[in-house]
Design a protein around this ligand. Structure first.
Ligand code: ATP
Length: 233
């Protein structure tokens, strides 16, 4: 569904991605794990059209992906930002409606109801300012806002960052629920253990290069991964 070929990208003289190859099949959860600064965010931002590739291609359903962020969204690829990036001064409902700004009133109302069934807490708090939600609820809102536009693929950048362990479990359950809804997921995570347990396939990014890839459970059992990313020796 999403095929990345020989992708290189960077900032000025700094190259952050070197010849990255990656494949995300429809209906999969694919995760990218790697240390700080490995290039994970750069990879997601390049797909989202926020960083221009230097070389290589990003194919989505067989066609080169446009390089402007709004056109990428229009093709059905939505990046879920960190929960802290919801619009704090707007209500929960207003935030959700912003995510569906291209829909007509009926479609928006239908999607809103669906999101409220997925996240009952957002329904309860629909008239509350988003800035008053807890960290986990803000993350749910960010996911809900992304879902409003009927995405085919959702890109998650460290959804568990800064959240309490119980809330992290909730977020991972939500990601698996989203996949059941038919949305394909590309997940960047520092929490390698959880990401590998959840995903179908994973890639390891080190210094801008993919150094390993395989089914999540295989990588979870791999001594090199256990040593470098799961804190085991
Ligand atoms: P983290 O988990 O810390 O965000 P990451 O794996 O997402 O790490 P990136 O943020 O993609 O890594 O960074 C990859 C490299 O690119 C790093 O060396 C980083 O310093 C550099 N970099 C990232 N953003 C910029 C920028 N806007 N300008 C210059 N260099 C950048």
């Amino acid at each position: 569904m999403l095929t990345i070929k020989n992708l290189s990208a960077g900032y000025g003289a700094i190259m952050a991605l070197h010849e990255v190859n990656l494949e995300v099949k429809q209906g999969q959860i694919v995760s990218i794990i790697g240390a700080n600064g490995a290039g994970k965010s750069t990879l997601l931002n390049t797909i989202a059209g926020l960083v221009r590739p230097r070389r290589g291609s990003i194919l989505f359903m067989g066609e080169e992906l446009p390089r402007q962020p709004h056109l990428v969204v229009r093709r059905g690829i939505v990046q879920v930002p960190e929960g802290r990036k919801v619009f704090a001064g707007l209500t929960v409902k207003e935030n959700l409606l912003m995510g569906g700004y291209r829909l007509n009133g009926r479609e928006a109302a239908r999607n809103l109801e669906h999101i409220f069934t997925l996240f009952p807490v957002l329904k309860e708090r629909q008239n509350q300012y988003a800035g008053t939600l807890s960290g986990g609820e803000q993350q749910m809102l960010a996911v809900g806002r992304g879902l409003m536009s009927n995405p085919k693929v959702m890109l998650f950048d460290e959804p568990s960052l800064g959240l309490a362990p119980l809330v992290v479990n909730t977020i991972f359950n939500i990601i698996s629920r989203i996949r059941e809804e038919g949305v394909t997921v590309l997940l960047v995570e520092q929490n390698a253990r959880k990401a590998l347990a959840l995903c179908d396939h994973a890639y390891v990014l080190e210094n801008g290069r993919i150094t390993m890839n395989g089914p999540g459970r295989e990588l979870l059992a791999d001594p090199r991964i256990r040593n470098a990313y799961l804190g085991e020796r």
